[in-house]
Design a protein around this ligand. Structure first.
Ligand code: S3P
Length: 447
């Protein structure tokens, strides 16, 4: 998709059944663990978005064989270790990709230079470099802790690391480095974050010891363990499913089912919040696939009311606040979101961009250093005005969120840099059009 902007316009009822694309977090991990392992890993349902394809290229650069066999079907053959890449490793837009790969690479006596696009080069890397440094890796960067940077690994020692920020990326980087550290590694997370790395390490044959501690967990990875290639089934991404589901909730007459959605409780914070807001969400065909809980989720148009989201829920819905902001715009009364410091260092400053985008569309917002309050239009018994061109700073979730808003607002909403949507949700526009959504690249006078 090469359009300079995309426009979403008011739509009739959205109806249909769709499949969410493969989960981004699990897709990255499947490729990285496959490359670290010995033998063949077969992956089904891999997300073929730009971010994950960068990780596939990176795994080739570190010496693994990575091949696409068919639609979402991939084969990875690892040699049980990484070799030094001949060139700079470019992770594109992906914080997950670069942070997990740095952790994995730190375990080996090789040096690798990492970079990314403009957004990724502006994001903090100290959060992973600090624990990797404590384990014995060294690094040099030309600007603070930002990419491009060169990491040199090998000879790592054990670490017991308490996460200062609730980040599954940092936890995963430490655990992956721990695979090749003397004595392994231990991570203490005061708040539980997505546990796909722990689950997948087990699927690849590693022993991982997890103990609950209050809201958090202590995760121990004993040293001296090797991974063996295995089969991985990637479920549908709840962070992507959120867009058609919220679109159905805010568009009168709609009923949309997203099939095969990952329902790991550390990823379902948005669905819980929407239910508290009065959303008509039903779950069917609940099953276990690839060691994860999955199911089909149906959303019907609902009269939503504003809620206060408990800050401790943030890790289980961290990528979903932008689309929650859209649902909140159509609710009755304010929705208060706090404890969102991490949102300022995502692909963009998502608090600032949501506040600006919603305000430009006529929605009442109040921005705080670590929070956002959205005052739903339904209270004043009028709709959301829309009629704005929204600056996304190349952030895929900011773009998709405002396009969903445009489907239910009075006037069309346009977003810039829509090509970035392909980082996490290739086929988003076609999927929304298939449900009846009016999204196009024609420039509309009404905006
Ligand atoms: C991810 C963790 C989260 C999330 C990101 C994916 C992962 O980031 O925002 O999209 O796959 O581990 P943090 O770990 O920085 O919170």
């Amino acid at each position: 998709m090469t359009a300079a902007e995309l426009t979403a316009s008011r739509t009739g009822a959205l109806r249909g059944r769709v499949r969410a694309p493969g989960d981004k977090s699990i897709s990255h991990r499947a490729l990285i663990l496959g490359a670290l392992a010995t033998g063949e890993t077969r992956i089904e349902g891999l997300l073929e978005g730009e971010d994950v394809l960068r990780t596939a290229d990176a795994m080739r650069a570190f010496g693994a064989t990575v091949e696409q066999l068919g639609d979402g079907r991939w084969r990875v053959v690892g040699e049980g270790g990484f070799s030094e890449p001949a060139d700079v490793v470019d992770c594109g837009n992906s914080g997950t990709g670069v942070r997990l790969i740095m952790g994995a690479a730190a375990g080996f006596a090789i040096s690798a230079t990492f970079t990314g696009d403009e957004s990724l080069r502006g994001r903090p890397m100290r959060r992973v470099l600090r624990p990797l440094g404590e384990m014995g890796a060294t690094w040099t960067a030309s600007a603070g802790d930002r990419l491009p940077l060169t990491l040199r690994g090998g000879g790592l020692r054990h670490i017991a690391y308490e996460l200062p920020e609730p980040s599954a990326q940092v936890k995963s980087a430490v655990l992956l480095a721990g695979l090749h550290a003397e004595g392994g590694a231990e991570v203490i997370e005061p708040e539980a974050t997505r546990d796909h790395t722990e689950r997948m390490l087990r699927a690849f044959g590693a022993r991982v010891e997890v103990t609950e501690q209050g809201h958090g967990r202590r995760i121990g990875l004993p040293g001296g363990q090797a991974l063996t290639g295995t089969a991985v089934q990637v479920p549908g991404d709840p962070s992507s499913a959120a867009f058609p589901l919220v679109a159905a909730l805010i568009t009168p007459g709609s009923e949309v089912t997203v099939e095969g959605v990952l329902l790991n409780p550390l990823r379902t914070g948005l669905l819980e919040t929407l239910r508290e807001m009065g959303a008509d969400l039903t779950f069917s065909n609940l099953r276990e696939a690839g060691g994860e809980q999955v199911g089909d989720v149906t959303a019907r148009h609902s009269a939503l009311r504003g809620v206060t989201v408990p800050p401790e829920r943030a890790p289980s819905m961290i990528d979903e606040y932008p689309i929650l902001g859209v649902a909140a715009a159509f609710a009755e009364g304010p929705t208060v979101m706090r404890g969102l410091a991490e949102l300022r260092v995502k692909e963009s400053d998502r608090i600032a961009l949501m506040a600006a985008g919603l305000a430009a569309c006529g929605v009442g917002v109040e921005e705080e250093p670590e929070g956002l309050t959205v005052v739903g239009a339904a209270r004043a018994n009028h709709g959301v005005a829309g009629g704005a061109r929204v600056t996304t700073h190349g952030d895929h979730r900011i773009a998709m969120s405002h396009l969903i808003l445009g489907l239910a607002s009075e006037r069309p909403v346009a977003v810039d840099q829509p090509g970035m949507i392909a980082t996490s949700f290739p086929g988003f526009v076609e999927l929304m059009r298939g449900l009846g959504g009016a999204i196009g690249d024609e420039v509309r006078q009404a905006v």
